[in-house]
Design a protein around this ligand. Sequence first.
Ligand code: HEC
Length: 359
Amino acid sequence: MSFKVGFDMKRKRGNIKRIWLIFASMIFLITSCTENNNTPQTEQPKDYSKAPKGFPPIPFPADNPYSKAKFELGRRLFYDSILVKDYSFKSCSHCLKQAHNFQDNVPNSLGYNKIPEPRNTMSLTNVAYFDKIFWDGRGKRIEQPAYRSLFLPYIFATDTNELQKRLENHPIYPKLFKEAFGDSAKPTAWNVALAISTFVRCLVSGNSPYDKYVRGDTNALTESQKRGMKLFFSERTKCSVCHSGFLFTDLQFHNTGTTNHYFDFGRYYVTGKYEDRNKFLTPSLRNVEVSAPYLHDGTYKTLEEVIENYNRGGFPTINKDTLIKPLNLTDQEKQDLINFLKALTDWEFLTNPDFAEPK
Ligand code: HEC
């Protein structure tokens, strides 16, 4: 490249621009090459502590604030069999599967001792915003079950001292715990729970066609989905009374009459009140398309079955909610409702490699 003096100002500026452009593209090429050659799978994830547009900020608790290092550590642990007594499955991800909306695709999950869980596993998606967790609402914050899962015999069944030893002797975990919790930090069971909870709080899904529609993209929904949306938010169906707000749940307990006879009394076990018998936490409907089987007991296999139950007004049963009444939906209306539920599927979230098992 030659640098001649004496050009007029315009050409000079043009040349400087061109040189900058070449220089910038060289830098770009060099950096992208090194990234491709040396660190293909360690490309840093985006900042998942930020909520999607239209969502409130993710509430990270003061005693377990977000950090990228904690997210990465939590993610690794979420998929690592090191947490399980006999290393026989990949810890949390065994029952909380990304492709199935971070829940299980069987009615009763199996942990370490292979005794089926009595209830259908609830989703982790958007759980950061829930002020109560589990079908009966007995849980308050994610750290509790994250910690208890480690040693409960029907989940990972590990001895917490043994777990700490395993992690201390691991080639990379001691470094990751230091990055996440400071230089003097040890890989204790509690720190495991804190890191996993940080990862879980970042599992926020808010980019479905419905969200795009709400943000102004009128083409994001099909005509049938738009009709289904109207029905969903209508006085007639009252779906959105319970499945309300950006989470599609009121975070309250109801009985929707899905059977004549409940074997599980739900919220009653927590409060001991007769009026809470057979009531369960309203589940969020985000990504419901991929989260079959449905309900607290996983007895409904398809969305068609769920809609059919609302259409018949539920089965007569103790404490059935007064909102659940026959709807007289036409076949087209049922299909429109189902199509609307499918507009709540956020494929970006369900296939995001940053939430998947690290390479
Ligand atoms: C009275 C409150 C209430 C109303 C009204 C209501 N739901 Fe529900 N919905 C719930 C509760 C509670 C459950 C869980 C019931 C259970 O597990 O026994 C549920 C479960 C579901 C499920 C299964 C989700 C899962 O992950 O298992 C779908 C789908 C659903 N409702 C859609 C609808 C639609 C569509 C309407 C309107 C036609 C509607 N709901 C009206 C409270 C309600």
